[in-house]
Design a protein around this ligand. Structure first.
Ligand code: 5IU
Length: 244
């Protein structure tokens, strides 16, 4: 249990990292703790989701390497939509190699991730070199917390670069770090490949995380925009209820 629950705007004032401040301000202004995981393979579909659901999200999470028809225009277009709707672009690349290699993966190849992504993530597994490599190229990343002890150690030692964690429940009371949780649907359950779902209410209220990451719950629904609004409302209502 947390000692004190901060509002998004209180936390924005407490945080040092510019992207954390920006995200918390977006969450406060747009009344949303929803991140859309736009896991589609067509560029047109990706851009259409970003434009139609952009008003209701704080983060658009991408897997740029699953696009069948990638071109640099797509990421330029995504950037324009991020500015139009005021959301942050998070490329879910899960870097996991030595420092020099992740530098190349971040800035080179086909995708040039560092040119357009606001945020990327990394496994703590390879040790501190991964952080040192990434932070020479990009200013913001989050750590995947399959090994919470290492993740917390790395985050605390690099709080000028690390903005938070991908995790299933809150790891630390430190208000500087955002906790983002995937595996969210309005109804609990799973898929045929091991994904497990919990609800917005459970993530925000019981696990006291900050951001719900929702993919197929929205993208595979009959009306993705209406469904995104449902998730936004459910996630935000759970956040508001923390203060009652
Ligand atoms: N994702 C997870 N679980 C994890 C991590 C990432 O589901 O532990 I790290 C990603 C995978 C997918 C999205 O891009 O979050 C969840 O999508 P669905 O809501 O469609 O299951």
């Amino acid at each position: 249990t947390r000692k004190k629950v901060y509002t998004h705007s209180e936390r924005a004032a407490l945080c040092q990292h510019p992207l954390t401040q920006k995200l918390l301000t977006i969450m406060d202004m747009k009344k949303t703790n929803l991140a859309l995981s736009a896991d589609v393979t067509s560029s047109k579909q990706l851009l259409s989701l970003a434009d139609s659901i952009g008003p209701y999200i704080c983060i658009l999470k991408t897997h740029i390497d699953i696009l069948d028809d990638f071109s640099p225009d797509v990421t330029a277009e995504l950037r324009a939509l991020a500015d139009k709707h005021n959301f942050v672009i998070f490329e879910d690349r899960k870097f996991a190699d030595i420092g020099r290699t992740v530098q190349h993966q971040l800035s080179s190849g086909i995708y040039h991730i560092s040119r357009w992504a606001d945020l990327v993530n990394a496994h703590p597994l390879p040790g501190p070199g991964i952080i040192d490599g990434l932070k020479q190229i990009i200013k913001n990343f989050i750590i995947i917390s399959y090994s919470p002890t290492e993740a917390i150690e790395m985050a605390e030692a690099n709080s000028d670069f690390v903005i938070g964690y991908i995790c299933q429940s809150r790891l630390t009371d430190n208000p500087q770090f955002l906790h983002m949780t995937p595996g969210v649907k309005l109804v609990e359950g799973g898929d045929s490949l091991g994904q497990q779902y919990t609800t917005p209410e459970d993530v925000i209220r019981r696990k006291t995380c900050d951001i719900i990451i929702v993919g197929r719950g929205i993208t595979e629904s009959v009306d993705p925009v209406a469904t995104a609004i449902h998730y936004q409302q459910a996630g935000y209502a759970a956040y508001v209820s923390l203060f009652h």
